[in-house]
Write a protein that binds this ligand. Structure first.
Ligand code: SDX
Length: 380
């Protein structure tokens, strides 16, 4: 039967309220995203990712003393035990960095001194959340080093999370502009309400399971191309198109085949994704600076066709794709960067869920066969 036969059922839970949060709000009509009331454009252009992570976890922007103490804690918690690297070294070199990230958190979990604290211990949950945010860039960055046959590097305490990620991936100190682009992209990617991976995290801890199991659920959910995996797929698409003169024919052929155009569309935003607006400016500026403007030119053509012919707009993953490409970041690290950022939103939501928990267990409609008669196996 079609979904319309059931008045209180919506496929994919589209339009269904899954909970109440004070962490972020997506205002589709005005293409606005706020984290605890602050516009994400202000946070990305004036603040640091660390200030955003603090805001998401503790509910207010830190003052100077709070920020310095938070940065010191993040620096102190940045490294993981050598056993985690040993676990990662067991994986085949072809392992996708998202699977490396998932194993990294699963391997670290039992080393967390608060791991066995009761699931509803708010202060222990915040301590675990800070450790998860602190270690994400190290797990992804050193995980990349290990899969490319390099030894993990010791994180530097003076680095920000963005600098730590870039330093571990490239093995050299990042320049200030690259670090700033990475930092603002982490803020844009940090949090987005009840998206699929955040909802997966909330469902997981709502059983009173632990934050690390929630993070593994989040990573597993984010890796799909309909969700976080879209930024990698978007760059592969741009490379397939190759030059601006091929873009118009390519997009029309793809639409004629009813293909999903990666990096476009959104369940919540029916107009523009405010993060895409911000990230497009960053990506275009990088194109001008490097002289490699063709990706921005191809993007303009795709965006124009999608907007005028389908009324579908780019989401954050589309400009992030060619911005990261212009920064020289390996394509299969794009979604893991999303993980580095979203650990702040995921943990904030898990803490919020556990502070006022109720098991998440929806109903379903049964359309299978009824009253079947048992037949012994040799008579079937
Ligand atoms: C993220 O939820 C979040 O907040 C996620 C996120 C976050 O920060 O956590 O914002 C991050 O996941 C962004 C989205 C990344 N994914 C992609 O870019 C993949 C491509 N996008 C689509 O698959 C799609 O737009 C979704 C999955 C993002 C949203 O899909 P919906 O809401 O289920 O919409 P739909 O698939 O039902 O599409 C409605 C119509 C369909 O046309 P009809 O069949 O009705 O004729 O719009 C069309 C779709 O075919 N459509 C697209 C399209 N997106 C929608 N057609 C071509 N290309 C697309 N990208």
């Amino acid at each position: 039967m079609s979904a319309t036969m059931y008045p209180n059922y919506s496929p994919g839970l589209e339009g269904v309220i899954g909970g109440i949060t004070t962490i972020s709000d997506i205002i589709s009509e005005t293409s606005t995203l706020v984290y605890r009331g602050y516009n994400v454009h202000d946070l990305a252009s004036h603040g640091s990712f660390e200030e955003t992570a603090y805001l998401l976890l503790f509910g207010h922007l830190p003052d100077r003393k709070e920020l310095e103490s938070f940065m010191a804690t993040l620096a102190a918690e940045r490294e993981v035990p050598a056993q985690v690297y040993t676990a990662l070294q067991q994986l085949p070199p072809s392992t996708h960095p998202m699977d490396i990230a998932r194993l990294g958190f699963a391997a670290y979990a039992p080393f967390d001194p608060d791991y066995n604290e009761p699931a509803t211990n708010h202060d222990a949950n915040l301590r675990k959340a800070v450790r998860i945010v602190a270690k994400a860039s190290t797990i992804v960055g050193n995980g990349h080093r290990i899969r490319t046959g390099k030894a993990p590097l010791a994180p530097k305490p003076e680095h920000t999370i963005a600098q730590n990620f870039l330093y571990l991936v490239n093995g050299v100190e990042p320049d200030a502009e690259t670090a700033h682009v990475m930092d603002s992209s982490l803020t844009l990617y940090a949090e987005h309400g009840f998206n699929a991976s955040t909802f997966a995290c909330r469902v997981c801890v709502a059983t009173l399971s632990d934050l690390y199991s929630g993070i593994c659920a989040g990573i597993g959910t984010l890796r799909g191309p309909l969700h976080g995996g879209a930024n990698e797929e978007a760059m592969h698409m741009l490379q397939k198109i190759g030059t601006p003169d091929k873009a118009d024919a390519w997009i029309h052929n793809a639409l004629a085949n009813k293909d999903k155009i990666m990096g476009f569309g959104h369940r919540e935003y029916k107009k523009q994704d405010p993060r895409a607006i911000y990230m497009t400016k960053v990506a275009k500026a990088l194109g001008e600076k490097t002289g490699d403007t063709k990706w921005g030119q191809i993007a303009d053509i795709l965006e124009n066709v999608m907007a005028t012919e389908k009324n579908i707009h780019p989401n954050v993953d589309f400009p992030a794709a060619y911005a990261y490409y212009l920064l020289g970041i390996p394509i299969d690290l794009y979604t893991p960067i999303f993980v580095v950022a979203r650990t702040s939103g995921w943990t904030a939501h898990m803490v919020e869920q556990l502070d006022n928990n109720r098991l998440i267990r929806p109903k379903c409609i049964y359309e299978g066969p009824t009253s079947e008669t048992w037949v012994p196996v040799d008579e079937r």
